[in-house]
Ligand binder design. Structure first.
Ligand code: CP
Length: 305
């Protein structure tokens, strides 16, 4: 039995296999419509979500399986003081696979250590979000036809941005990738990613606070939200929240084949007018998220066509 807690749990070959499978599901959805009949997915969301929870649930339903779970901690017995461990031990009796999101870093790892069924990390605090990375990789692969030889600008909250940490870990495995890390000083990439991931790989990277200077060089711009829920001090959030706002003017001096990604939700960091630009890919990421999660569920449940 395998869990999926960190993007590094998968080899490059396995990630590429999931991308191939997701693309086959997109082309031939009917061929997969009953493949998980009789299986149940539990979504245990201790933190708010729109895309991740609903795409997991849609994924399992589109595979012919069933879903159960909760969308907020206070509708479960956690509100009465139950531990994550006891919650997981309970849910294992009712479900064949579990997707868990939790505000505490490491909670999905702990859950996997207590579980008798596969556990998927659906986002843990400001740490990792590996299934978003699978959706991002599928999007990049479909837009660019490759995952290597790309200059990627990551902009916004790189400190608490769990999608950024997982994406850097995955993309660092590919040749010719260069990262431009664009953030305010207070929201720089944490040391454990800078030293633990980037320094250990043959990856080129630079840090800057200037989005406009970085833009002309980019093949991919990955915007992120400054996350109010991660700040201890509201004044700091208010000071930093509008550090970067992408609008049509800023896009004038960019590559014609730039791809603009964002894991969503967005607040102000991308003007809605950018949505009409054919280079905006963030709703494609939403769409592809369901298909790559279908592929992941099949892999972890060891079901094949
Ligand atoms: N990208 C993402 O995790 O979105 P949700 O918070 O809506 O699940």
């Amino acid at each position: 039995m395998r869990h999926f807690i960190d993007i590094a749990d998968l080899t490059k070959e396995e990630i590429e296999g999931l991308i191939t499978l997701a693309e086959d599901i997109m082309r031939h959805p009917d061929g997969y419509a009953q493949i998980c009949r009789g299986k149940k997915l539990a979504t245990l969301f201790f933190e708010p979500s729109t895309r991740t929870r609903l795409s997991f649930e849609a994924a399992m339903l589109d595979l012919g399986g069933a879903v159960l779970g909760f969308s907020q901690a206070d509708s479960s017995s956690v509100a009465k003081g139950e531990s994550v461990s006891d919650t997981i031990r309970t849910v294992c009796y009712y479900a064949d696979i579990i997707a868990i999101r939790h505000p505490k870093e490491g909670a999905p790892l702990l859950a996997s250590q207590r579980s008798s069924v596969p556990v998927i990390n659906a986002g843990d605090g400001g740490h990792n979000h590996p299934t978003q990375t699978l959706a991002d990789l599928l999007t990049i692969h479909r837009e660019k036809g490759r995952l290597g030889n790309l200059t990627i600008g990551l902009c916004g909250d790189l400190k608490f941005g769990r999608t950024v940490h997982s994406l850097i870990t995955a993309m660092s495995c590919y040749e010719g990738v260069k990262f431009i890390l664009i953030s305010p000083e207070e929201l720089r990439l944490p040391g454990y990613v800078r030293h633990g991931v980037l320094a250990g790989k043959n990856v080129e990277w630079v840090e800057t606070r200037d989005l406009e200077c970085a833009l002309p060089e980019l093949d991919i711009l990955y915007m992120t939200r400054v996350q109010k829920e991660r700040f201890f001090n509201e004044a700091d959030y208010i000071r930093l929240k509008d550090s970067f706002i992408l609008d049509q003017d800023k896009l004038k001096n960019t590559k014609p084949d730039l791809s603009i990604l964002h894991p969503l939700p967005r607040v102000n960091e991308i003007s809605v007018k950018v949505d009409d630009d054919p280079r905006a890919c963030y709703f494609k990421q939403v769409e592809y998220g369901k298909f790559i999660r279908m592929a992941l569920i099949m892999m972890l449940l060891e079901v094949q066509k």
